[in-house]
Design a binder for this molecule. Structure first.
Ligand code: NAD
Length: 502
């Protein structure tokens, strides 16, 4: 049985051993190990290590920081299979999908390797007589990242490569459901030459989160998780004077216009709805089918869903794995009966899906639920509006583009959305009118590249700054403007007037 610990000041740390959590293999339902649960004192130890490491790291040259990042990138790439195996064994997602999240995370490391360019300031010569002005951006100090279970490598990598490249010291609090990836990443940072204490990991739950939120030495907090916790983190962190970006939940709609290529739409809806068992904040969970395409589209979706192979994440034949915990599987499965009670038609029942090496999903040990399709889901029903975060695709029939747009804009969340059409004018209208942070046009999961920023609108983001890209650099630094005068020849003289440009 494995025992997952903290990583503080360049070494594994037991911390307070009075509280631990259980780790599971979601494919079998068996306990696979335990994870430490940090006390407030453990968090204090990690923050103290970061505080001590910060001054030297802040003063390391940009070139030196970039060199460490390049080495980290190479090590992460070399260990990607090992990392993916950890993810798959604790999260349940299939190995190829876990490799995909590592690859997308590495893009942020690659972006951060360009830190000498990203931190170039502005310089204006001669803003007044013999006076120059220039702007610089400096690191904040100790910053923290609190991350969800669904991307145990990629979501932390949205944060720490840029934070560290900017010269900060970082404390990561990963999800207690799949914590092993964080320790491999910590070891690789050390191997890459990052000084001890610049990257620390505290395992745990609310106790650790609350201490990070109130700790006076933590300057900024990046959070990704569900909306209620994102709101709590934002409110608590800012009340303690911290800079906070808190990304929340989602309910992403795909709007299908009648002129769309329905085979492309069906492929996209199935890929985006059931990849990673729907446990993605950018998953498509609602298809808005504009009349008259609904019946034909549902038929094409069902054909594809019935061909999917459901099985353990470490089996190369599996296309979709189990859900993360029994409790989460039960919650997701409860929407199947609820959907029917609310008036939807259960077209594919994921409880009946055969699991490779087992029986029906509902009867196989492990946290299984197959891909489920609910058609004619009523607008505004709980099945339509609530984040289910599992392999449940709802089809909502709508009469027009306008009706579809109104449904999307009327929703609580604003993370991702997509329109499928061959009409460029309609697509352009959509990108302009839709109240969502990330928009796909014939692209079902429009996750921005590392050099753009990732983030939603409305209840999908609390704070002003999205993650990575230019906004990430901005979040982890603060600006300073210097105005300098070198007198030639040197002379003085008192002047109480406000400095103006002469
Ligand atoms: P979660 O909110 O339960 O947990 C996220 C983090 O908060 C974890 O580290 C957890 O330990 C901590 N936490 C949980 N309860 C807490 C509490 N009461 N007080 C303080 N901290 C607490 O989320 P999850 O179930 O791990 O992840 C799934 C959620 O994350 C979904 O809602 C999904 O949409 C969202 N998500 C959003 C994005 C995005 O970019 N917007 C990306 C990935 C996941």
């Amino acid at each position: 049985m494995k025992s997952v610990k903290h990583w503080i000041d360049g070494a594994l740390a037991d911390g307070d051993t009075s509280r631990t959590g259980e780790l599971y293999n979601p494919a079998t339902g068996e306990v696979s190990g335990s994870v430490a649960m940090a006390s407030a004192a453990d968090v204090d130890a990690a923050v103290a290590a970061a505080v001590a490491a910060f001054p030297a790291w802040r003063d390391a040259s940009l070139v030196k920081r970039a060199q460490v990042l390049f080495r980290f990138r190479e090590l992460m790439y070399a260990h990607r299979d090992e990392l993916a195996a950890f993810i798959s064994s604790e999260h349940g997602k299939v190995h190829s999908d876990a490799l995909g999240e590592v690859a997308r995370g590495l893009e942020v490391v690659e972006f951060a390797c360009g830190i000498p360019h990203l931190l170039k300031g502005g310089f204006s010569e001669g803003v007044s007589t013999r006076v120059d002005s220039y702007s610089i951006r400096q690191p904040l100090g100790v910053v923290a990242g609190i991350t969800p279970f669904n991307f145990p490598a990629m979501v932390p990598m949205w944060m720490y490569p840029i934070a560290i490249a900017c010269g900060n010291a970082f404390v990561l609090k990963p999800s207690e459901k799949d914590p092993s990836a964080s320790l491999l990443m910590a070891r690789l940072w050390q191997e890459a030459g990052l000084p001890d204490g610049v990257f620390n990991v505290v395992q745990g739950d609310k106790v650790a989160v609350d201490r990070l939120l109130e700790h006076p030495d933590v300057r900024a907090v990046s959070f990704v998780g569900s909306t209620p916790i994102a709101k709590y983190v934002y409110e608590t962190g800012t009340a303690h004077g911290k800079r906070v970006q808190a990304l929340g939940g989602a309910k992403n709609h795909m709007l299908v216009l009648p002129d769309a290529d329905l085979d492309l739409v069906a492929d996209s809806a199935v890929s985006a709805g059931f990849g990673s068992a729907g446990e993605r904040c950018m998953a498509i969970s609602v298809v808005l089918a504009v009349d008259p395409v609904g019946d034909e589209l549902v038929q094409k979706i069902v054909e594809r869903v019935e061909r999917l192979t459901i099985g353990p994440g470490d089996d190369p034949a599996s296309e979709m794995g189990p859900l993360v915990t029994a409790a989460h599987r039960d919650k997701v499965a409860s929407y199947l009966d609820l959907g029917v009670e609310e008036g939807a038609k259960l077209v594919v029942d994921g409880r009946e899906t055969p699991v490779a090496g087992g029986g029906k999903a509902a009867e196989t040990p492990g946290f299984w639920l197959g891909p489920t399709v609910l058609d004619h889901v009523p607008v505004g029903s709980r099945t339509h509006t609530e984040e289910i975060f599992g392999p449940v695709l709802s089809i909502v029939r709508v009469g027009s583009y306008e009706e579809g747009l109104e449904i999307i804009n009327g929703g609580e969340y604003g993370n991702g959305t997509a329109i499928f059409t061959n009409d460029g004018g309609a697509a352009r209208r959509f990108q302009n009118q839709v109240e969502v942070g990330m928009v796909g046009i014939n692209v079902p999961i429009p996750v921005p590249m590392a050099f753009y920023s990732f983030g939603g609108w409305k209840a999908s983001l609390f704070g002003d700054t999205h993650v990575h890209g230019a906004e990430g650099v901005h979040f982890y630094t603060r600006g300073k403007v210097v105005t300098s005068r070198w007198l030639d020849p040197s002379h003085g003289g008192v002047n109480l007037g406000f400095p103006t440009n002469k």
